[in-house]
Write a protein that binds this ligand. Structure first.
Ligand code: COI
Length: 357
């Protein structure tokens, strides 16, 4: 099947809900824009996608995704340019990663035109929902799940791909206190840690809640074998500045290959900073802090963008990090990234996909 540009059949809302939105007070993930895209895969082929009003779906209790977790998603953001155009940040990277996740979870591959044209047509319809406010964006959630009504354990033969969106502000309201996790693991070599699979997030909820009960916002995942090496923090990739160098764990089968992660590393290199993608041990972080060389720590992710870490807890001790305003690399990169995403700085790496209205 191939789609002509903007040819997806659309049933539009008769009355937009946009007046319910207070741009100055947006809570993450609670208010959804007017429309969604739905495409079904069955009998070995993707059917024509449809755009329809955002709303509930009717599912059989036997829907296999609900039982065995063939369910994957992406997160991406759209921004409003000064002239009103919609700017998407690296959408093709999200598309590629969705299919990497689909392959790992033994799901159908999604064609690029359903993703990109679906996205474009949906955003044109819901353009008014892209917040013009600084620090806000339209968060877009593409996802796919298995739809066979069958509770035998086998890959589903039918899937649903959907995109919906919600205007969002900051994901974290303040610099984070995080704690290094000594017991639970997010992912192990050979597992599905690199996939954006729903189950990875579900299995992380209990460990995260336990850390929250101890007074920390999030935890830092460590490797599954020895709990010796740093992996990610919560739903974000993790970066440190030690002695002027930007250091992050290497992309691997246990770590999600973040698009924000990649963008931050690229911008830091462009600025001339030394960037190291290598294993980072917990001991190295503790030693660097003791020696006064741990200058910055932050998480990167689509939702969180760059989330500063104020305190890292390990083994009974809180390590407090330098004041946020003194963090040269993360602040400089965060500002540049924000300018590129909103069309206020040159897009040297062709990251921005512009939808002119
Ligand atoms: C994102 O940054 O888009 C994420 O995947 C985090 C999300 C689970 C809120």
């Amino acid at each position: 099947m191939s789609l002509d540009l903007l040819s997806i059949p659309a049933e539009c809302v008769t009355q937009s809900r946009i007046s319910e939105l207070d741009y100055n007070n947006i809570e993450f993930g609670k208010i959804f824009s007017d429309h969604m895209l739905v495409a079904d895969y069955k009998d070995g082929a993707w059917q024509t996608p449809q755009i329809m009003p955002y709303g509930n779906m009717s599912l059989s209790p036997a829907t296999s995704a609900l039982h065995y977790g063939q369910s994957i998603f992406e997160g991406m953001k759209a921004y409003k340019a000064a002239n009103g155009d919609i700017l998407l940040f690296r959408p093709l990277d999200n598309f590629r990663r969705l299919n990497i996740s689909a392959e790992r979870m033994c799901m159908a591959e999604l064609p690029e035109d359903i993703f990109m044209q679906g996205l474009e047509q949906l955003l044109r319809l819901d353009a008014a929902w892209v917040p013009p406010t600084s620090g806000c964006a339209l968060y877009i959630r593409p996802f796919m799940f298995a739809t066979d009504d069958f509770i035998g354990v086998r890959p589903s033969s039918s899937y649903r791909f959907t995109i919906f969106s919600c205007p969002v502000g900051a994901y974290y309201g303040q610099p984070l206190k995080v704690a290094i996790e000594p017991h639970y693991v997010r992912s192990a070599e050979g597992g599905a840690g690199f996939a954006k699979a729903a189950g990875n997030y579900g299995a992380a909820l209990l460990p995260a809640r336990k850390m929250q009960e101890r007074g920390y916002h999030q935890l830092i995942w460590t490797d599954a074998k020895e709990h010796k090496f740093i992996e990610e923090s919560g739903t974000m990739n993790l970066m440190f500045v030690i002695d002027g160098k930007l250091i992050t764990p290497p992309a691997s089968t246990t770590i999600l290959k973040g698009i924000t992660r990649d963008s931050v590393l690229q911008l830091a290199r462009d600025f001339g900073y030394t960037v190291e993608e290598r294993k980072v041990s917990v001991d190295e972080i503790v030693e660097a802090h003791k020696a006064g060389k741990l200058q910055e720590a932050f998480g990167t992710g689509t939702a969180a963008t760059i989330a500063q870490i104020a305190t890292i807890h390990y083994n009974g001790q809180d390590m407090d990090l330098p004041a946020i305003e003194n963090r040269e690399i993360s602040n400089r990169v965060a500002t540049e990234l924000d300018k590129i995403k909103t069309g206020q700085a040159p897009d040297k790496h062709n990251w921005v996909y512009r939808i002119s209205l």
